[in-house]
Design a protein around this ligand. Structure first.
Ligand SMILES: [Zn+2]
Length: 366
């Protein structure tokens, strides 16, 4: 077993490398006014693509996070002089994991909501990248075997991912769980004579014409989640990162969201990209927003892959380009809707939007 020493200099090089590593496009969602989701905000993203060439690139607060762990020295990618003389050294053995990076290190979730950071383990050719996930407080948030964090009750806790082969190497996400009520200005009153669920050809519809009852609160549909997990694994095998940035959203949450968008953009503009409460497909638990939730997602390999393959897993791209007058929403490459594989294929093969396929409208009555 070959042992090596590595020093702060090498670690600095690793940090620079990580700052330069291309991550999935569009971690810059903070500038985009769209979007339905500020659960994982961009300022919490550890890796920005912009500062790549800037002098300030190497060490942001989050980027310094993996400092508890070590970089592989086999092929130092950049010659960087030591930035500090702090005597940080350690040894490692071949085959071990030396660094774990996450796509974010802080997240705020509402109770019931889920979010999953993407893990990258180094060295990239490590034979065993198995992960072990734990929560410091399962009363606050739980985490499954693949890192899907679900908020349980208000409070704060830490979710840790460790390398199974090198358990001393880990990364952590600080999780803050808030109650949905905190987001609202006032509890939304139930629609009087509340709406009923609308199924057309067995498909649950939520659009501008058809609303969901305000107390319809199913959470993420387990079949949709399972289908997504499969799709995510298949994409990962091709080296592509797809992840859910926004999944189920309750009526009340959507009410707060829509209200903020109206304040920001005015009602007419907000209606182009944000659903009024009861009209959001996210309330069905069958819709997911992927990755960066902005238009740059359309230019990524991830999107090309999702577009080509999502129907196999039961999803459609719900709001395609050029169909705003039909779907009621501007182009949203990131928003997919679960229909089950059979129906998703039929709809996709038809080349139609869901509204056209079912022969229905999507228009607010007022
Ligand atoms: Zn969406």
């Amino acid at each position: 077993m070959k042992m090596k020493k590595i020093t702060a200099a090498v670690f600095a090089a690793a940090l620079v490398l990580s700052a330069c590593t291309p991550v999935e496009d569009g971690s810059e969602t903070d500038t985009i006014p769209v979007l339905g989701n500020n659960i994982v905000t961009a300022e919490e993203e550890p890796i920005k693509t912009e500062p790549t060439e800037s002098e300030a690139a190497p060490v942001s607060e989050e980027q310094s996070k993996p400092a508890e762990t070590w970089a592989d020295t086999e092929e130092p990618p950049l010659e960087i002089p030591p930035q500090s003389e702090t005597e940080t050294e350690d040894t490692y053995s071949e085959g071990e994991i030396t660094v774990i990076e996450l796509t974010y290190y802080n997240v705020t979730l509402e109770t019931g909501d889920s979010s999953m950071p993407i893990v990258t383990m180094y060295p990239e050719d490590a034979p065993d990248k198995s992960e072990k996930w734990t929560s410091s407080d399962e009363n606050i948030a739980v985490v499954d075997d693949i890192g899907n964090i679900t908020a349980v009750s208000e409070g704060e806790c830490i979710i840790r991912v460790q390398s199974a082969v090198s358990p001393e190497v880990y990364a952590e996400v600080n999780v803050t769980v808030i109650s949905p009520e905190e987001e609202e200005s006032e509890p939304s009153s139930k629609n009087e004579g509340d709406t009923e669920l609308t199924y057309i050809d067995g498909i649950l519809i939520a659009n501008k014409t058809y609303a969901l009852p305000s107390d319809y609160n199913p959470g993420v549909d387990p079949d949709a989640q399972a289908a997504f997990d499969k799709m995510q694994s298949a994409a990962a095998e091709e080296g592509l990162n797809i992840y859910i940035s926004s999944g189920f959203r309750s009526y009340d949450y959507q009410a707060g969201l829509y209200e903020r968008y109206v304040e920001r953009s005015g009602k007419a503009e907000a209606d182009r990209y944000s659903a009024r409460p009861g009209h959001s497909e996210h309330q069905t638990g069958l819709a997911f927003d992927l990755n960066s939730i902005d238009i740059t997602f359309a230019d990524t390999e991830e999107y090309e892959w999702v577009k080509a393959h999502c129907a196999e897993y039961g999803f459609i791209i719900r709001y395609p380009e050029g169909k705003e007058s039909i779907t009621g929403y501007m182009y949203e490459p990131w928003h997919i809707r679960y229909l089950g594989a059979e129906t998703a294929k039929k709809v996709t093969d038809s080349g139609l939007t869901l509204e056209e396929y079912l022969g229905i409208d999507s228009k607010y009555s007022e």
